[in-house]
Design a protein around this ligand. Structure first.
Ligand SMILES: Nc1ncnc2c1ncn2[C@@H]1O[C@H](COP(=O)(O)OP(=O)(O)OP(=O)(O)O)[C@@H](O)[C@H]1O
Ligand SMILES: [Mg+2]
Length: 259
């Protein structure tokens, strides 16, 4: 179980203090799949970085299975069983996909075993297992390889930041099945997915809405999802740009994207 208690975080933005996370308290219970959603810029990825230990809160504490991990390093948090797939995955020049998956499992597993995880995310394993994790991989391939490493790690808490980003429709279907499979075997662990996609929100046990750095709604899927589906505009449109003649308004490009 992960507990965030009164977490605040801000940055120095051109000499001015900018509050990004404001007094957020949140629990990700065991055996639950929690989806965090909310408008762009609301603070979701920042929250993920605080959980990973990439950023440190200005105030508040983070507990993982009862242990205060606020001052614990990224590496030690990973060792404690927190696994991440970031919104923008990191490339590792000189490292092969197989190495990355072996690192995730912590064991010298066979290539055939490692291939299982690549196949799970819809990649033809033999085409990728020897590839270097460098700029030659497309964004969607990299994203799926990162998700495969989280599957291989099988962490106690798995965090996915917008796993759908850059993933094609066919792979997206596959991804939903991957998450449903993880949910089916969740006993003793928990999953946190940051997403804008209705189909991912639909498999949540609980939904948390983060807006302007605060929790604006929180509850079971049945309590929260209906109100999100009706949302047409999550943020006020800037009048300077929004109303100008000849400037096309952004339409709903993906029907199922709710926020
Ligand atoms: N180092 C920084 N300096 C200045 N502003 C920052 C910094 N890091 C984050 N921000 C701002 O904090 C806000 C929250 O960013 P964050 O990436 O957490 O949003 P998000 O909810 O993940 O959005 P999205 O849905 O677009 O991924 C944004 O307005 C962002 O510009
Ligand atoms: Mg984000």
């Amino acid at each position: 179980m992960l507990e965030l208690k009164n977490i605040s975080f801000g940055v120095d933005d051109e000499g001015e203090r900018k509050e990004i996370i404001r007094d957020v308290s949140l629990t990700i219970p065991d055996d639950k799949l929690v989806v965090v959603t909310g408008p762009n810029g609301g603070g979701k990825s920042t929250l993920a970085r605080l959980i990973a230990g990439i950023e440190r809160p200005a105030s508040g504490r983070i507990f993982f299975n009862g242990t205060d991990i606020t001052e614990v390093s990224i590496t030690d948090r990973a060792k404690m069983g927190i696994g991440f797939a970031f919104q923008q995955p990191v490339r590792f020049k000189g490292i092969q996909v197989l190495d990355l998956i072996r690192l995730a499992t912590g064991k010298p597993i066979s290539a055939a075993h490692a291939c299982k995880y690549l196949s799970a995310v819809g990649l033809c394993a033999r085409d990728y297992i020897d590839r270097e994790v460098n700029a030659s991989l497309s964004g969607g391939e990299l994203k799926r390889i990162e998700i495969a490493t989280v599957l291989a790690k099988a962490p106690t808490l798995a965090v996915f930041d917008e796993p759908e980003a850059g993933i094609d429709l066919w792979s997206f279907q596959n991804l939903i099945e991957v998450f449903e499979g993880m949910r089916a075997k969740i006993q003793g662990s928990s999953i946190l997915i940051i997403s804008h996609q209705e189909r991912i929100l639909n498999i949540a046990d609980e939904i948390v809405v983060i807006k302007d750095g605060s929790v604006s709604a929180q509850g079971t899927k049945d309590e929260i999802l209906p109100s999100l589906i009706g949302t047409t505009s999550a943020v006020a449109t800037c009048s300077v740009f929004g109303q100008a003649d000849g400037v096309p308004r952004l339409g709903k490009t993906e029907e199922k994207e709710v926020l």
